[in-house]
Unconditional design. Structure first.
Length: 634
């Protein structure tokens, strides 16, 4: 049965109404906004996809999982899972011109996915800026001489403080330099959620603690004994938290119009600073050892399933699909923008940055190993703690340590800001798409949104802030995101259909989806996402902060957080079925699988002649499968 367009003007009696509707669509498009230039969009997407995890998590995973050999499973998952899902999401955003709430009109039964995505966005936006806050605190401290984390004569130090010099490190060679970090598969699952990382590096288990550890735990975090002991707000951290949010608000004050200008600095500066750090690192003794340790291939590791799973999880979480920002950013594109070419470029740039960042990181790590007389793997065993423990200590050993500390933390801050921009813009877009009259009040919406998150996130500046941060980061996207990615492939590969999706994309690009991409959408990518989802569930383990174990009530809260993205799915499905056309529940169910009247291209000129493709089962299931996989002429 042909699904006739709701935009068609074939009936003369509807022509006036359609003309009015077209003018309304054009007005809404102008109010909603567009990227000022193609480069604005590209840099914003680079800034979003190149997150903190690309800088310090990928090198650690690469080192631990076979060095250069890790690139084989990494590239496999990038091409077979990351790129197809990335292209699908940006196509949806660009075609509909809407955020994560409204792209599910193609299959209303699953509109709950949009709500679930927003729930993830909301929670991530709530806690992500605390990472930028920590970085800002270190950045401010980098202007003091000597660097405050290098001495033991500060007010926050304890009698057990050990000055961290190369000689003292060599003398204490049998103890853990920065403690042990549980870097199991599950930590990769959960700490990868938003290009961030779980920064719960555990202190030295010996009687002595380093000056850097004491600065981190006693000065920056003022960490309490557990989640039950919230304590008061750390006023220094609170000021940094407020400053970080003011920066975010000012950069988003006019939506993508202002964001498109800011990213010329925030998305390019990290590359410049990483290059500066790499050049400096290459001049240091031990740098070659660090790089060789990073890239030396161990092909025996490829026989380990966990290596492949970690590669898949790294690709999936670093590109950031399945929770809204990709759809949101692409929704501000011009309708005929070549999103297919953009997707290839952006995925390669994002993951290429991971590899490039690894060289910059491991030149300094190799230098640190040379200074301490330790093997490289012992220096870097803290993994994600590179940013706040290993790297600051290494920088303090360089000539002009304050300068290099400022360079490093400015780089981290700009990388973190770009990711925060995408999450906040995703929330604002979802709100303004649902309440269109707010589009005329972008300044008000930006201030209101950021103020809300400032107030809501203040508890992260308390003495229990790290425990709260890890609890949220551990659970919010552990299971929901792989499930959403899987459902996206099933919906647009089979229910709405890859053939229909290809026709929609052809309207934008002038050509349909290649056969290999259809096969990936329909078969390969969903199978890989199912594998990642099952592994996430199977490898689950409760979160910990050092030796601290969360009490049962905290784990219950964590499971509630994990359920937040999933709860809307059955609730919205029931609501949609109940209100769908039909006299029986089966008819209503079938109707809920059909595109709604709101599924149409954002371009008013294309909307006038748009008809969703036929969904009838001509020739049976076999013919339907062949049409979706190979094209309409089969």
């Amino acid at each position: 049965m042909e699904l006739y367009s709701k935009c068609s003007v074939e009936d003369p009696s509807l022509e006036d109404d359609q003309s009015s509707s077209t003018e309304t669509d054009q007005s809404e498009t102008q109010e909603r906004g567009r990227w000022g230039a193609k480069l604005d969009y590209m840099l914003s997407m680079v800034g979003y996809c190149v997150g903190l995890g690309n800088i310090w998590r990928f090198p650690y995973l690469c080192m631990r999982n076979g060095g250069g050999a890790f690139l084989i499973p990494f590239l496999f998952f990038l091409l077979a899972c990351g790129l197809p899902l990335y292209f699908l999401e940006v196509s949806l955003g660009q075609f509909t011109g809407r955020g994560c709430f409204h792209v599910w009109e193609a299959c209303p039964l699953f509109k709950g996915i949009g709500v679930g995505m927003f729930n993830v966005l909301f929670v991530v936006t709530l806690y992500y800026n605390i990472i930028n806050t920590w970085t800002l605190y270190y950045l401010g401290s980098s202007f003091f001489t000597p660097l405050p984390w290098t001495t033991c004569d500060n007010a926050w130090n304890t009698p057990k403080c050990l000055h961290q010099s190369p000689n003292s490190l060599q003398q204490n060679g049998n103890s853990s330099l920065y403690g042990a970090y549980n870097s199991s598969l599950q930590s990769s699952v959960n700490s990868s959620n938003v290009n961030a990382t779980i920064l719960t590096v555990i202190g030295n288990v010996s009687d002595s603690t380093t000056s850097l550890e004491e600065f981190w735990f006693h000065r920056v975090l003022t960490l309490s004994s557990g989640l039950h002991d919230v304590g008061g707000l750390n006023w220094r951290l609170t000021l940094c938290f407020l400053a970080a949010w003011i920066v975010v608000c000012l950069c988003l004050i006019k939506g993508v119009k202002s964001l498109g200008k800011v990213v010329y600095v925030t998305a390019t500066l990290p590359y410049l600073l990483l290059t500066v750090i790499l050049i400096k690192g290459l001049t240091l003794p031990g740098a070659t050892d660090g790089i060789l340790f990073y890239i030396r291939p161990d092909f025996n590791k490829l026989a380990n399933l966990q290596v492949w799973l970690e590669a898949g999880l790294q690709v999936f979480y670093s590109l950031g699909p399945a929770w809204g920002p990709l759809i949101t950013m692409a929704s501000y594109n011009k309708f005929h923008n070549n999103c297919y070419r953009d997707s290839i470029i952006l995925t390669l740039v994002s993951e290429g940055t991971s590899i490039f960042g690894g060289f910059a990181i491991f030149t300094i790590v190799g230098y640190m190993a040379h200074q301490t007389g330790k093997p490289v793997d012992e220096v870097v065993q803290a993994g994600p703690g590179l940013a706040y423990l290993v790297y600051p200590e290494a920088l303090s050993q360089l000539p002009f340590p304050n300068l290099w500390a400022v360079v490093f933390f400015v780089m981290l801050f700009t990388v973190g800001l770009d990711s925060q921009f995408a999450t906040v813009e995703g929330c604002m877009t979802a709100i303004s798409d649902s309440v269109p009259r707010l589009r005329k009040h972008k300044v008000f919406l930006a201030i209101l949104t950021c103020s809300f998150f400032v107030i809501s996130g203040l508890i992260l500046c308390s003495e229990a802030g790290l425990y709260i941060f890890q609890l949220l980061d551990w659970y919010i996207a552990a299971f929901g995101l792989p499930l959403f990615g899987l459902l996206e492939c099933l919906i647009f590969g089979w229910i709405y259909g890859a053939e229909n999706m290809s026709r929609d994309i052809e309207i934008m690009l002038g050509r349909g989806v290649p056969v290999y991409m259809r096969i990936l959408w329909c078969i390969v990518t969903p199978l890989l996402l199912l594998l990642l989802l099952i592994s996430s569930i199977y490898m689950y383990r409760p979160p910990m902060v050092g030796s601290y174990t969360y009490p049962p009530y905290a784990r219950a809260i964590g499971w509630f957080v994990a359920a937040l993205p999933l709860i809307p799915l059955p609730l919205w499905a029931f609501h949609v079925i109940r209100n769908s056309h039909g006299t029986t529940w089966y008819q209503k169910f079938c109707s809920s699988l059909q595109p709604s009247e709101d599924w149409k291209p954002v371009s008013s000129s294309e909307c006038e002649k748009y008809r969703p493709g036929s969904r009838e089962m001509r020739g049976g299931i076999k013919a339907m499968v062949l049409r979706n996989l190979l094209g309409k002429n089969v």
